[in-house]
Design a protein around this ligand. Sequence first.
Ligand SMILES: *Cc1c(COP(=O)(O)O)cnc(C)c1O
Length: 351
Amino acid sequence: MISFYPGPSRVYDKISKYVRAAHKKGIMSMNHRSPEFITLSKKTIALLKDRLVIPKEYTVFYTSSATECWEIIAQSAVEKNSIHIFNGAFGEKWFDYTKRLRPEAQSLLFDLNELPIISSPSLAEAEIICLTQNETSNGTQLPVYFIATIKKNNPNSIIAVDATSSMAGSDLNFITADIWFASVQKCFGLPAGLALLICSPKAMDRVKKINEQSHYNSLTLMNKMMADWQTTHTPNVLGIYLLNRVLKKMKPIAKVDQKITGRQKDWITFFKDSDKLQLLISNPEVLSKTVIAVKGSPEWNEKIKVKAKAKGLLLGEGYGSLKRETFRIANFPAFRKKEIRKLMSFLLPYL
Ligand SMILES: *Cc1c(COP(=O)(O)O)cnc(C)c1O
């Protein structure tokens, strides 16, 4: 079965080889305070910064999921108010989790085919502005230049970006925001259970000032441990090892982005003249590169998903309120050209 689900998704073929190597080398029983772990952790973060072009002065943390990152940000980087700008289910979930910890959190909604219009005066007072770079639920994205504009216009705020389904697939300009995070079961082509939280010096200054220390995953405590490339708890050492191996093979992000953008164009062309299936998003400026949301009648979508599964092709269900009227196709780097061709020839009679 080839999973085109936009996460968890197809993992790299080499993963099984890497898992065997990890077992043989004793990675699975490696002590997380040992010099061997410290070396692995340090090297993995250096590779990540190299491949994704993350500024040297940014700090990388290991977490278990993007959801954990939502909560860490709310507890450790917000004193009172955050503003969440979103148009889909993941942005909304982030807002909901934040509200439970910080009831003054605010939201600003925008439509699927547009960029948010930011003139709201509340934005100027927000400690932290929360954006979802790639909204996995509906296949929209915020262009990097747009995030840069928000940062420029709000110099006193921290800009936090959920890049769960685009990091390692799209060329993100990390300097344009203060906090970025992603879990590895999307564009990294890895099994779930590990996520990365990436913070600018400005974000870390804010975190140190707030100095929240009530949780095992308080960012101040995590930061103290990370000074020595360690974590506050036993981390997913196998996940970190697999990340290391995948990053070693990974091309620079600009190259990966080129490949993904080319494949996105192929998908746009593929659905262009179809009667029965259309891209959910018509505005190319906000169209996700890594998640293709396709719209059709609920009956047609259902039929396609069932037939696809029988052919060994797993399509992503629509998400949340879009469950029945859409299905989703991951455009993550781990897919092989021939697998995409196979999916296209399967879909051809349904257009
Ligand atoms: C998948 C996803 C999440 C949730 O990731 P977990 O690792 O399951 O917590 C959050 N945000 C976005 C945009 C996602 O695509």
